[in-house]
Unconditional design. Structure first.
Ligand code: GPK
Length: 832
């Protein structure tokens, strides 16, 4: 309020308020102005990077104008806001998305061309914002797009890592990790040096009694680090709503710089203290679906959660409302358990700082939070060691203990004498050392808990969180099936297909109401339409073929069946089964007669994905793919019939050109292990078919598009326990085709077999935990069906068109609507 311009002087401000360019000329003027002034370059000195920067800055100005309007409108209406807390936001590039969301891309493409550049080249200059590992981080990014597109007042809160997910290089067939320093030039973020929060770690808890005899807890004596806000505008599609993504960066607190040390000549040690503070937000942990439990990671979590909550509470307090209204104004969604300390921190603020009674505070807390679970894999469920938390966050540990005590007391009252139940649901696991089960804390502190696809949401209720369903009743647990934004994953990634669809449906409204795609159904038999459709697919494959040739030297035939599996490398996702299948195909080709070869559908098997640096088995899978590709691609007996490609450094911008170029993509996790999957949705939306197990969202995709348009195979989730048991205690024979594959690897056909012994061992003495052998026969048989289906191009095109027409359900807009209505109770705010 103090910093606002007095009423009588505001006329001048309004007169000169910034305006958005709307014509090509105005756009070009902005670009040239930014190149000449903001960048201090000229027409004699403008390379593609400078041109990209000029265009980005021109669009950034537009975004900011809408962003300011949005923040003012949202503050004025004073409605509930939702805060999406995620340690990962896998945003990818921003420029193309900004141009398309503002419906200004065509203008900009023309404008840029008259200035001497091709827009495709400029777009390529941008560094991916890769602050995430995989599906979980990309989901957060799709959700931000939908929240803004649907005009919801929403903020994302995360960490501003100096290094995002590492860049992957393949050297001699092995993954090598290279740091991803991405902040050299990032026009999309705004440092808010004035928005800072001091965050404390370590220290001790002191009890103090005031003059009224009230005791309270004071946490003090710790080390203080400062959080600085960096904001990025998130534009919605075809709306003025532009929300904020606020990422926190760590630096030494101003009070913390030790002048004592500095003056006494211990300069180096004072610099070391500074660096320790900066380390907190330095690097994204590169682990997907695995909990590692490092102290620095816990520091990151608390740092981010405490800064975000301080910000949220500060905003709430400005409204002057009573605490009882907090959860009418604020919903906080926890993206996995990473931000679970927010529950504890809010309780601490309310009790220790605002002096509310415990129960009153706890009521507010449990009305505010929602928790999304993304995995049932036991190794991925976060557990923090009690001694670690005791040392780093002593007051939080007390609050966790009290929360647990009150919770267990209430359980004991309702289920007397069930000591087993009490120990099963305790937040504290009585191991050595004791650990805190973060998922349990998240459930107990939240209003709603959701899984991310129907099967997954059922599984969490019947397995890992079963006892909590008994305790809280089934209504606390719900499902919100994931979705993807059709703006990035169709319109931006596949402009030709988007245009073809728009021509048939009479415009681009389907991008905001994806169920309109069902209007394509009546063209599925139209030969002309099928031809146009398949021609676009062919051009997308040509573009990928060119990329493969340019980056790997491998020549692939764009008429071959492109079979793609791109996602994080993980045993449960079973890339090993895919490459074993490729080897099996290779062995079959080696035995074929000329006649048989003629009838075979040529294939290109494409792999991509990063392995966690410490995940040795995943790295071995990559090594096998590259080893097989060397042998197969150079075998004259094989020629065009089979090519194997590993795409280096799979990321969001690579996904954008891979998704439109697949005929077939693979989503083949062991049933019951992949919570949802989201690339399955992206590939189908781009007119590719999928081969997959009955897992995650594959099941709902099948229900929507029809069984004839998907290649399902393998055992069901309900069979998995028995099969694993049989491997461990019974006598099981390895599938004969898989046996042959293993023999071939062990013979040395793909180089030193010692390199791959871990993979073979996992199938044999290892008990085949992921059931590769059990599913292998049906996997191979289903690939044969794919080959047969692909031979009939018209029937194939028909399947693809019918599938796309039924994909409306999988927009992230639908997911966000479900969250807004069933979990957050959130209303949109229209920005004029
Ligand atoms: C789940 F637990 C995790 C994790 O640590 N990282 C991650 O990306 C994924 N996920 C699931 O594996 C996917 O099935 C799911 O679609 C995605 O989260 C989004 O919900």
């Amino acid at each position: 309020i103090e910093s606002s311009i007095p009423q009588p002087l505001r006329e001048k401000w309004r007169k000169f308020a910034a305006t958005e360019f709307s014509t090509k000329d105005e756009f070009q003027k902005e670009v040239v102005k930014h190149v000449e002034t903001t960048l201090a370059r000229s027409l004699y000195n403008c390379d593609e990077l400078a041109a990209y920067s000029g265009v980005a800055l021109a669009f950034r100005d537009r975004l900011i104008i809408d962003w300011n309007k949005t923040q003012q409108a949202q503050t004025f209406v004073d409605q509930k806001r939702v805060y999406y807390l995620s340690l990962e936001f896998l945003m990818g590039r921003t420029l193309d998305n900004a141009m398309l969301n503002h419906r200004m891309k065509d203008t900009a493409v023309e404008g840029v061309s008259e200035l001497g550049f091709r827009m495709e080249d400029l777009i390529e200059q941008e560094h991916d914002a890769a602050l995430g590992n995989g599906g979980l981080g990309r989901l957060a990014a799709c959700f931000l797009d939908s929240l803004a597109s649907l005009n919801y007042p929403a903020w994302g809160y995360g960490l501003r890592y100096r290094y995002g997910i590492f860049k992957q290089e393949i050297i001699d067939g092995y993954q090598v990790e290279v740091p991803d320093y991405w902040l050299d030039f990032n026009p999309w973020e705004f440092p808010r040096h004035e928005i800072t929060v001091d965050i404390m770690f370590y220290g001790y808890v002191r009890k103090s009694t005031d003059e009224n005899g009230q005791t309270s807890h004071v946490w003090e004596g710790g080390e203080v680090v400062q959080a600085v806000a960096y904001d990025s505008p998130i534009p919605g599609f075809a709306t003025s709503t532009t929300n904020n993504l606020r990422l926190w960066s760590s630096k030494p607190s101003s009070g913390e710089f030790d002048f004592q040390k500095f003056n006494s000549g211990d300069y180096e040690s004072s610099v070391r203290d500074q660096q320790r503070a900066e380390t907190i937000s330095a690097v994204l942990y590169p682990n997907d679906n695995i909990d590692v439990g490092k102290e620095l990671r816990l520091k990151q979590q608390y740092f981010w959660v405490a800064a975000s909550l301080y910000d949220i509470v500060r905003r709430f307090k400005k409204s002057g409302r009573a605490w009882s209204e907090f959860s009418d104004q604020v919903s906080i969604q926890l993206n996995d358990t990473h931000p679970t300390l927010a529950i504890v921190e809010l309780q601490r603020i309310l009790v220790d700082k605002e002096h509310l009674e415990w129960d009153e505070a706890w009521n507010i807390v449990t009305q505010t939070f929602g928790y999304t679970n993304h995995t049932v894999l036991p190794e991925a469920l976060e557990k923090w060691s009690v001694p670690l938390v005791q040392n780093l966050l002593p007051r939080h540990l007390q609050i966790i203990y009290d929360t647990n005590l009150f919770f267990l007391q209430s359980v004991e009252r309702r289920f007397p004498k069930d000591r087993e139940l009490l120990s099963r649901v305790s937040i504290i696991e009585e191991s050595n050392p004791q650990v805190i089960r973060m998922a349990y804390l998240a459930i107990i502190g939240s209003k709603k808990v959701n899984g991310v696809a129907e099967l997954h949401s059922d599984l969490i209720k019947t397995t890992i969180f079963k006892d909590f369903v008994t305790i809280f009743g089934p209504d606390k647990f719900t499902n919100v099936t994931n979705g993807v934004t059709p703006r990035r994953w169709l319109h931006q990634a596949n402009p030709e297909l988007s245009k073809l669809i728009a021509d048939k449906l009479g415009g681009f409204t389907f991008l905001k109401d994806l169920t309109l795609l069902n209007g394509l159904e009546k063209y599925a038999d139209d030969k002309e339409f099928q031809k146009d459709w398949m021609h676009i697919k062919f051009r997308n494959k040509q573009r990928l073929a060119k990329y493969i040739k340019d980056t790997t030297g491998i020549v692939v035939n764009p008429s071959a069946l492109f079979d793609i599996q791109v996602k994080r490398i993980h045993e449960y996702k079973r890339q090993q089964m895919n490459i074993f299948g490729v080897i099996s195909r290779y062995l079959a080709i080696k035995k074929m007669t000329k006649e048989e070869k003629k009838k075979l559908v040529p294939r290109v098997s494409i792999f991509g994905g990063k392995a966690a640096p410490g995940y040795w088995m995943a790295k071995t899978i990559i090594r096998l793919v590259t080893a097989v590709s060397e042998v197969v691609n150079n075998d004259p007996d094989v020629g065009d019939l089979l090519k194997v490609v590993f795409i280096e450094d799979y990321n969001v911008s690579k996904a954008e050109f891979l998704c439109p170029a697949s005929d077939l993509s693979e989503h083949i996790s062991t049933a019951g292990t992949e919570a949802s999957g989201t690339s399955n949705m992206k590939f189908v939306l781009n007119g590719g078919l999928i081969i997959g197990t009955c897992d995650g969202a594959n099941i709902e995709i099948t229900r929507e598009i029809g069984e004839d348009r998907i290649f399902l195979f393998g055992h069901l989730a309900e069979d998995v326990d028995d099969l694993r048991h049989a491997h461990r205690f019974g006598k099981t024979e390895m599938d004969p085709a898989l046996r042959q594959v293993c023999d071939e690897i062990e013979k040395g056909t793909f180089g030193d077999p010692g390199v791959f012994s871990g993979l073979i061992h996992a199938l044999t003495d290892g008990g085949d935990y992921y059931l590769v052998s059990d599913d292998f026969a049906s996997y191979l048989a289903t690939h044969k069906l794919v080959d047969e289906a692909f031979k009939n191009e018209e029937a194939w095109a028909h399947k693809c068109i019918m599938a796309v027409s039924a994909m409306g359900f999988f927009t992230s807009d639908r997911a966000i609507l479900e969250y807004a209505e069933n979990i957050w109770n959130l209303e949109p705010v229209v920005v004029a």
